[in-house]
Ligand binder design. Sequence first.
Ligand code: HEC
Length: 144
Amino acid sequence: MWPVVAVLGTIALATSAAPVPAPLPPSSVADSLAAPPPVAALLQRACYDCHSEQSRWPWYARVAPVSWLLARDVREGRKQVNFSRWNTYSPTTRRHKLQWMGRVIRNGSMPPLLYRVVHRDARLSANERAMLERWIAVEIAKTS
Ligand code: HEC
């Protein structure tokens, strides 16, 4: 037992100084994704921790091995969809990402289950899903 605690403690200390990426100033995010305020607020609440450069890092994000899992989620999430870089995507790329978003909203795979368990406010109601789907349809129409 104690050796395990000691090892975990050492890992936690060794990684507690791991650099957490600094968030971008909020204005650049608002500029990047020109969504109506209710849609923007919803995405910020439920998606931005992993799909933007505005991740709110909880204190346990600094403690290994949780820190590794979170960092991986955020790295992978941003790679797929990064709302902070939305205005750098070409219309075709945007369309693809919007189509993926429609799919994950419909099949309920995002936000990931574990995240929904920890962050109760990230759960989407039926109305909120409908609002996102309408916005996605409008945005897809703009790209063609
Ligand atoms: C806890 C972190 C986290 C949150 C919060 C989160 N995602 Fe993700 N998302 C990921 C990760 C990791 C991936 C890449 C791996 C995968 O596909 O599971 C991903 C992939 C995606 C993809 C592309 C791949 C696919 O599965 O089609 C879309 C689209 C997406 N997320 C949309 C969203 C939306 C919309 C929200 C908010 C409603 C959201 N995500 C919230 C972590 C997150």
